[in-house]
Design a protein around this ligand. Structure first.
Ligand SMILES: Cc1cc2nc3c(=O)[nH]c(=O)nc-3n(C[C@H](O)[C@H](O)[C@H](O)COP(=O)(O)OP(=O)(O)OC[C@H]3O[C@@H](n4cnc5c(N)ncnc54)[C@H](O)[C@@H]3O)c2cc1C
Ligand code: FES
Length: 246
């Protein structure tokens, strides 16, 4: 884990109420796709946990949805401003669990924590199908970026304004993608539905809980699993689907 100041190099809207922020600075603590950062916002005691979308030696990016005061304040920030961020948090995805074909199922902002995972999978030669689920076409994020990585992308929208009309589970039932391991991130009911629909398959999910310290000390983010109480920030956010008690 690293606590450091970063300079905003980009902070732009990519969909209705959703922003992509890129920060320049020390990325040495970020080791694995699916880890998250914890962003300090002036005037707020608690940091805001946000997944790392992508990173390299000099910068990292996050995609965030404006839902409350902290993210609304982030959306107003400009290039050149500085942010204090904890990086290298959480366990990340086990990309090696997929051997020849992977299914990655994302709902809404859940497309962000899966991005570097798909980059890893495709880079290892794993045939990867990404299912992206949104309410409306104007909510879609990262679709072209996923295609550019070389993944096969299936889009589902609730109102039918783009792709398959319905839920991600409808899209999976219709398209029947082949895979030997799956990964999912999005709203909890969606992830539960995905795990139920893929009950015979192995996979993992990325959970969300309200956080205090973000780094394993306060036990404020505890969830109940088949392995007992686990901290989402330090033992997760990624858990094997069999461990999760919904
Ligand atoms: C591991 C992890 C990764 C996440 N990754 C992303 C991401 O990539 N993109 C994204 O848009 N959102 C992500 N979230 C959710 C994000 O943390 C909240 O949307 C954000 O903290 C809301 O802050 P706010 O000040 O705008 O909202 P407010 O409602 O004003 O926040 C009040 C408090 O509640 C907390 N809080 C509110 N909603 C959530 C939530 N859903 N999860 C955890 N804490 C919450 C805030 O951190 C803050 O401490 C992630 C959450 C976790 C736990
Ligand atoms: S937020 Fe403190 S232990 Fe997870």
């Amino acid at each position: 884990m690293l606590k450091a100041d970063y300079i905003i190099t980009e902070n732009r809207s990519i969909a209705d109420g959703v922003y992509l922020m890129t920060l320049r600075g020390d990325t040495s603590a970020i080791k694995k796709a699916g880890q998250f950062a914890d962003v300090a916002i002036e005037g707020y005691f608690l940091r805001r946990p946000l997944a790392v979308t992508e990173w390299d030696a000099e910068k990292f990016s996050m995609v965030y949805k404006v839902v409350g005061e902290g993210t609304a304040k982030m959306a107003l920030m400009k290039e050149g401003q500085s942010l204090n961020v904890l990086t290298g948090l959480g366990n990340g995805w086990n990309a090696e669990a997929a051997s020849s074909a992977a299914l990655v199922v994302c709902g809404g902002i859940g497309a962000s924590p899966c991005f570097s995972l798909v980059k890893d999978l495709v880079g290892r030669g794993v045939k990867t199908t990404v299912v992206l689920g949104y309410n409306r076409a104007c909510d879609i994020i990262l679709e072209q970026e996923y295609r550019a990585l070389g993944a096969e992308v299936i889009v589902a929208t609730m109102d039918g304004s783009r792709g398959i009309k319905g839920l991600v589970t409808d899209a999976i039932a219709q398209e029947k993608p082949e895979f030997d391991y799956f990964y999912t991130c999005g709203p909890k009911p969606m992830m539960k539905a995905v795990c139920d629909a893929l009950a015979d398959a192995s996979g993992e999910v990325s959970l969300e809980e309200r956080m205090g310290c973000g780094c394993g000390i306060c036990y404020g983010c505890t969830c109940h699993t088949t392995e007992g109480a686990r901290r989402v920030c330090a033992d997760g956010p990624v858990f094997r689907k069999e461990e999760v008690i919904w």
